[in-house]
Design a protein around this ligand. Structure first.
Ligand code: ZN
Length: 227
């Protein structure tokens, strides 16, 4: 078993609200933090722009890895031409579901971390509040950590600081770790709009979380200021 550096961490970083919160959480726990984003054919370039901006604000080195395999898997609303809707498909999942996406991301992140002597891998998945993506659940992540440790013979640790938090609790966690200012640049809207559309399921979930936390969403404030 390879002993990786315990002070080092990589945050799987989409530029969204959850992974931004994780980035600021990680910065206080580990002395050597890096952010890793994936260019996987997502419809909106704004996501990667948000990621680059926030990583710079946080003073964290940022890498974008190309992972173009999802476009070949077939249509879904995040990479294909299918429209986003709140309706469930015949498999009971929203049409924003990309099968196995987090498994690919985390496996890639582990291989990336291995070659850079990084022990800790942080992901902003949560099984609360979400639509039931099976690769965001705790039992999946626990099993995956074991697979990564066995499969690469290295002592990886997968961290999921948001796993059991509501959206409101995630907002408070960002606030505690000094991440609120960066959330002004985080991207959430499924329609890729700025100012955010306010109507899609992602915008509505985000708005509900900030409202319940009693915190004004800095992204909405920035949009209102027209910057
Ligand atoms: Zn939206």
């Amino acid at each position: 078993m390879v002993a990786l550096a315990s002070n080092s961490a990589v945050v799987v970083f989409s530029g969204g609200q959850d992974s931004t919160t994780c980035l600021y959480w990680a910065r206080e726990r580990f002395s050597d933090v890096q952010a890793l984003s994936f260019d996987y054919g997502q419809r909106h370039a704004i996501e990667l722009q948000s990621a680059a901006k926030i990583a710079a604000m946080a003073g964290v080195p940022h890498t974008v890895a190309k992972l173009p395999i999802f476009e070949d898997l077939g249509a879904n609303a995040l990479t294909g031409g299918t429209a986003v809707s709140g309706d469930l498909a015949s498999n009971g999942l929203p049409n924003t579901f990309v099968p196995g996406r987090n498994l690919f991301f985390l496996t890639y992140a582990a291989a990336w971390a291995y070659s850079r002597n990084v022990q800790n891998i942080i992901t902003g998945v949560a099984q609360t509040d979400y639509s039931g993506y099976p690769d965001c659940r705790e039992d999946t992540l626990t099993a995956l950590q074991e697979s990564l440790r066995l499969g690469m013979e290295a002592d990886f640790k997968l961290h999921t600081p948001l796993m059991h938090l509501s959206k409101a609790e995630t907002v408070r966690l960002a606030e505690q770790h000094g991440g609120l200012e960066a959330l002004a640049y985080s991207h959430t809207c499924y329609n890729g709009e700025f100012p955010p559309c306010g109507d899609c399921p992602a915008c509505q979930l985000r708005a509900k979380g900030f409202a319940e936390a009693g915190v004004a969403d800095p992204l909405v404030l920035r949009a209102a200021d027209g910057v």
